[in-house]
Ligand binder design. Structure first.
Ligand SMILES: *Cc1c(COP(=O)(O)O)cnc(C)c1O
Length: 484
């Protein structure tokens, strides 16, 4: 078709894009269906890194060329969490349908900041499903976020505003005559600390409560500390409980913490990034007792629901407090009774961001595709795999467990020395690096009671028991080589 010299970013030849699309889908299927044959991770060659310091292209390149470039320089070096033997940090696996849902979401290119269009109803649907999944208060409000860090920040911002005795939004923290204190166990995630810093409260005002030998918060110490702080004129702002600590998966006594926060009228926030999802497994409902009592709960769908990045969620029991923390409708965002702006409760009134992507479409697609029950089974499967790994470690006199296995995380080490932990620390680090560099598996590490621990966290729907067998045999092999 002729144009008048006007330009756009749409293709001149739509059939070329069709070809690129089909090629991409073929690539995805080829790649993901054979992912097990790849190394889990491999180092990026210096030449490839250097390639990514070129200057900005001024002239167009063909999509074929760019596609080849992607295949040669990008695709070979993934972070590895698509592989069945990736258990590092806490990373989800993603799914092929999730990738297609992302394509469809970006085809619509909906901005879910607000407005009367269908994406915002999908967002609300996922928030409703999240409440149903976790048995959380039906009246609660929620927001889909990029991840649990943003969800924690959002929940704690509401807590700060509710717990202050003046209008923090207008007057700022300096208007307060007393200091806030925040409580969490010594196992809280770095995102809690960052949230408290960002909210202007300062991380010096987080009191870390000690944990027991299962890494669960000592609630007697919590209560005593709160009492002391109150008598010293401080304002307890929030208790942050872990439903699954990042180090070991430990679950704080959620119900007892609920009693304490209720008694002293303190905001109760739960960081349930991955662990909250254990709630949906009937066998684990017991240990998650109390989860539904939180004032706010943050968790991720990109971790233990295996959805492609990014998608996290915050639920807030008091929808008015939630909205009052963030609502701001300037002239250019005014609400109308008809048309595009007639939508109620814009997402931007429940969080910091205005422009937001259509993350909920993949959640909608995937939960429908697999059915909720499949997630119960998969999460349970990962817990069973962690327990199985635990039995292999216990069966070997060369390996030792370093923390109880609460859910899907196993912390352990190869025993190089019975006396010298410095030797154990440095050689276990070497085991970890060799396993990573050889592309056998990928797990990360942590420090527990001053001991370096190999840390396997299974939030992976592709993992099989045989992957665990293989990895343990490699750990033993490398450990014994290093021991010589
Ligand atoms: C991963 C994690 C977070 C942060 O979530 P992101 O989605 O990475 O932002 C917070 N808390 C815990 C316990 C986590 O495991």
């Amino acid at each position: 078709m002729k144009n008048n010299g006007e330009i756009s970013l749409d293709p001149n030849n739509w059939d070329e894009i069709r070809k690129l699309g089909y090629q991409s889908i073929d690539l995805m299927i080829e790649y993901l269906s054979n992912i097990e044959q790849n190394k889990v991770w491999k180092p990026i060659p210096p030449k490839t890194k250097e390639y990514f310091s070129s200057s900005i292209p001024l002239k167009p390149q063909s999509t074929n060329e760019i596609f080849d470039d992607f295949i040669n320089n990008i695709l070979p070096y993934p972070s590895g969490n698509i592989h069945p033997r990736f258990w590092g940090f806490v990373k989800g696996t993603g799914t092929p349908t999730g990738a297609i849902a992302e394509l469809l979401a970006t085809t619509m290119n909906s901005n879910t900041g607000g407005g009367e269009h269908i994406a915002n109803y999908v967002e609300l649907q996922i928030i409703e499903w999240a409440k149903e999944m976790l048995n959380f208060d039906k009246k609660a409000s929620g927001l889909i976020t990029s991840g649990c860090s943003m969800a924690n920040l959002t929940g704690l911002a509401v807590a700060r505003n509710v717990m202050s005795n003046n209008d923090i939004r207008k007057e700022g923290l300096r208007s307060m005559s007393q200091d806030f204190v925040i409580y969490g166990s010594d196992q809280i995630h770095s995102s809690i600390k960052k949230s408290i810093e960002t909210l202007g409260i300062g991380s010096n005002n987080i009191t870390l409560i000690p944990t027991n030998d299962k890494f669960e918060m000592d609630v007697e110490n919590l209560e005593k500390t709160i009492q002391d702080d109150i008598s010293n004129g401080k304002i307890p702002m929030a208790v942050v409980a872990n439903a699954g600590t990042v180090n070991t998966g430990a679950i704080d006594p959620l119900n007892k913490i609920a009693e304490i926060t209720k008694k002293y009228k303190i905001w109760y926030h739960i960081d349930g990034a991955f662990g909250a999802l254990a709630k949906i497994v009937p066998e684990y409902d017991d240990i998650m007792f109390g989860l539904e009592l939180a004032d706010s709960i943050a968790f991720d769908m990109h971790k233990w629901m295996y959805m492609p990045y990014e998608i996290g969620l915050i639920l807030v029991k008091d929808p008015i407090a939630h909205k009052l923390t963030f609502t701001l409708r300037p002239d250019y965002l005014s609400e109308e009774t008809r048309g595009f702006s007639s939508f109620k409760n814009w997402a931007t009134e429940y969080g910091i961001e205005l422009s937001r992507g259509f993350r909920s479409l993949k959640a909608w697609f995937l939960i429908k595709e697999h059915g909720f029950k499949k997630y119960q089974l998969l999460i349970h499967q990962n817990i069973k795999q962690a327990r199985y790994l635990g039995t292999l470690i216990e069966a070997s006199d060369q390996l030792e467990i370093l923390a109880p296995i609460a859910l899907n995380i196993v912390c352990f080490r190869f025993i190089f020395s019975n006396k010298d932990d410095a030797i154990n620390d440095s050689l276990n680090k070497e085991v970890l690096l060799r396993i990573q560099e050889e592309g056998i598996a990928l797990f990360s590490s942590t420090i527990l009671n001053n001991k370096y621990a190999l840390r396997v966290a299974i939030t992976n729907h592709r993992t099989k028991m045989s992957d665990i067998d293989l990895t343990i045999s490699k750990i033993l092999e490398i450990g014994n080589t290093l021991k010589k």
